[in-house]
Ligand binder design. Structure first.
Ligand code: AGP
Length: 607
């Protein structure tokens, strides 16, 4: 997905847009561009590569403009070069647009417009929007944009300006997020709050098929037919500092170290007088009691959280729970016995695959609720109920604090649901909540492993492959450790259920293969010991995560990472922290871009 920023007002247009694009660069960063309007004339600059290539242009340029639009790209159609960078223009009516999403019928539209004499320059789907607006332009930019969108199929958050209607910015949302920022004598548009929170906290969230017309002093929202809509403005609680690095070298490291604070905040939000509550779940106990099966669907790290959710929901609430990867869920023959609930898990709340499943499930009348971090995101708004993960803005592409927040919220939900079904007794609930009150301190202790992980990272950074193994509730932790490493260090790494090693993967073990073994105290501890022996016998390089005080491994490896003792159900929330730190330090060792790894984006809003 991509990042969009637009501004109309007296401030310096390039600097407002460039600062905003920098804050959105985690959404995509392979090229960028700006169009500004000055004296009814559009000027456009575009650069491939990182945003500083574009920013450097303005170091020696004084631009006097009244409005502008900007874009940072994550390429879908067309290589990430300058021609394919946004904004895209149509020369006739001097229309310039930026777009986030995919136009699925762009090829037929492009062919039709070419037959009408339009000359295209890029390989992108987005350029067709500029030409379509031009084609329909009579005397109002908003009319032309609304008319053009009726021909578009696919997803778009698009923003347009034109020399023919030079004192306004027009935008339309359909499937890709767009928010409006209201200033005192100026107005903003952006893909998300981070881009403009340093200018205004008064935000309007556009819904699908809503069009907004911005001038310096007015914000008008209409439907696609031009009927004016009344939209409420929300005042955002976040501070600009939340979207800053706060003295850390990288957002990822800041977010790893924020985890104890995040956990404390979640516990205080959901636990009062030793009772768990969820304000926005919109599922009363009667509705909960009717649920006979859960189907969880998510992507990436959120899917790993879903796999752990299965263990906890089945253990505490005794409800059968399946877990699907979102992009697979949609294509299965979903059978309903009328008592299922679908759960979506998403940090961004904008992941297209997960959102599509929410819509599919609702079209089949499933009850749908979601764990989501970004309020007013599409998944938030389209679920019947939500549990906010409350991790605050997560900027690093590799999810860390929000993963832990997902796990804690899911753990609390499992206890809450079990308690409401009386499969969790008062005394068990009290005991679990008492242990949870110590969780922030236990996480603080895990963060003290940082120096040890830095040493281990140096030792293994040149490895070509990594294997992670775990059992039970820590099998998903092995998957998460592998994903963290591969996405920020580009080392091929795979997580396996430890019991699966002997069914094939053990052929990969040799003296060059580091294997991270998750072996805290648990019901499967003895089986894990056997798996570690199997690896040792084949000269594999063991990195072992064990519980404090366990000296069983002293003669097997010099790289033993001790996490604090806790009940086995909590181990996924502790054992993942050394894996986050390991991947971070290996990435640094290899000189990779930790916060903006190649080819990735923070939220994938295309299917
Ligand atoms: C996690 O480190 C990855 N960046 C990625 O797998 C992510 O978890 C996935 O794209 C799902 O995103 P979401 O939680 O915003 O839906």
């Amino acid at each position: 997905m991509c990042g969009i920023v637009a501004y109309i007002g007296p401030k310096d247009i390039p600097s407002v847009i460039l600062v905003g694009l920098e804050r959105l660069s985690y959404r995509g960063y392979d090229s960028s561009g700006i169009s500004v309007m000055s004296n009814n004339d559009i000027t456009t600059w575009k650069k491939s590569g990182k945003l500083f290539n574009l920013s450097n242009v303005f170091k020696t340029l004084n631009v006097n403009a009244q409005l502008g639009i900007g874009h940072t790209r994550w390429a879908t159609h067309g290589v990430p070069n300058e021609i394919n960078a946004h904004p895209h223009l149509c020369p006739n009516k001097k229309v310039s647009i930026v777009h986030n999403g995919i136009i699925e019928n762009y090829a037929s539209l492009k062919k039709d417009l070419q037959n009408k004499g339009h000359i295209f320059r890029s390989e992108t789907d987005s350029e067709v929007i500029a030409h379509l607006i031009d084609h329909y332009f009579v005397d109002s930019l908003e009319d032309a944009v609304r008319r053009a969108c009726k021909d578009l199929e696919g997803s778009y958050g698009l923003v347009a300006i034109s020399e023919q209607d030079p004192n306004k910015i027009v935008a339309i949302r359909n499937g890709s997020p767009l928010i409006v920022g209201l200033g005192k004598q100026d107005n903003y548009l952006a893909s998300d709050i981070n881009a403009i929170i340093n200018h205004t906290k008064d935000i309007m969230f556009l819904e699908d098929d809503e069009c907004v017309i911005l001038t310096e002093n007015t914000v008008t929202v209409t439907d696609l037919s031009g009927n004016t809509l009344n939209k409420e403005t929300q005042h955002i609680a976040w501070s600009p500092e939340d979207a800053e690095k706060g003295g850390y070298e990288h957002f990822m490291l800041k977010e790893i170290y924020e985890q104890p604070t995040v956990i404390r905040s979640i516990l205080s939000k959901h636990i009062n007088d030793n009772k768990i509550n969820f304000k926005h779940l919109n599922l009363d106990k009667r509705s909960l009691s009717k649920i006979g099966r859960f189907i969880i669907q998510a992507c990436g790290t959120s899917w790993h959280a879903g796999l752990i959710a299965k263990y906890w929901i089945e253990k505490f609430a005794r409800i059968p729970t399946e877990v699907d990867i979102s992009s697979e869920f949609r294509y299965r023959h979903l059978l309903s016995s009328g008592n299922e609930a679908v759960i979506g898990i998403s940090q961004s709340g904008e992941t297209a695959d997960t959102l599509a499943c929410i819509r599919e499930a609702k079209s089949k009348f499933f009850k749908v609720f979601s764990f989501v971090n970004v309020k007013n995101s599409s998944i938030d708004r389209e679920s019947d109920g939500v549990i906010y993960t409350h991790s605050g803005p997560e900027i690093g592409v590799a999810s860390t604090k929000n993963y832990l927040a997902q796990l804690l919220n899911i753990y609390l939900f499992s206890l809450y649901f079990g308690f409401s079904k009386k499969t969790v007794s008062d005394s068990e609930l009290a005991g679990r909540l008492d242990e949870l009150s110590q969780l922030p301190d236990l996480i603080e202790k895990c963060l003290q492993l940082n120096d040890q992980l830095k040493v281990i990272a140096k030792k293994y950074a040149s490895s070509r492959d990594f294997i992670f193994i775990g059992r039970g509730v820590n099998y998903p932790t092995a998957l998460e450790g592998a994903l963290k490493l591969k996405e920020i260090s580009y080392i091929h790494s795979t997580g396996y259920p430890a019991g699966e090693l002997k069914h094939g993967p053990i052929a990969l073990i040799d003296a060059n293969m580091p294997i991270v073994c998750l072996c805290p105290q648990s019901d499967t501890y003895d089986k894990m010991i056997s798996n570690i022996q199997e690896v040792k016998a084949r000269d594999g390089k063991l990195i072992i995560i064990a519980s404090e005080g366990d000296d069983s491994f002293n003669d097997m490896s010099e790289d033993i990472i001790y996490i604090p003792k806790c009940s086995q159900d909590l181990t996924p929330m502790l054992s993942v922290i050394p894996l986050q730190l390991l991947s971070y330090h290996i990435s640094i060792e290899l000189g990779c871009n930790v916060d903006q790894p190649r080819n990735l984006a923070k939220s994938v809003t295309v299917e």
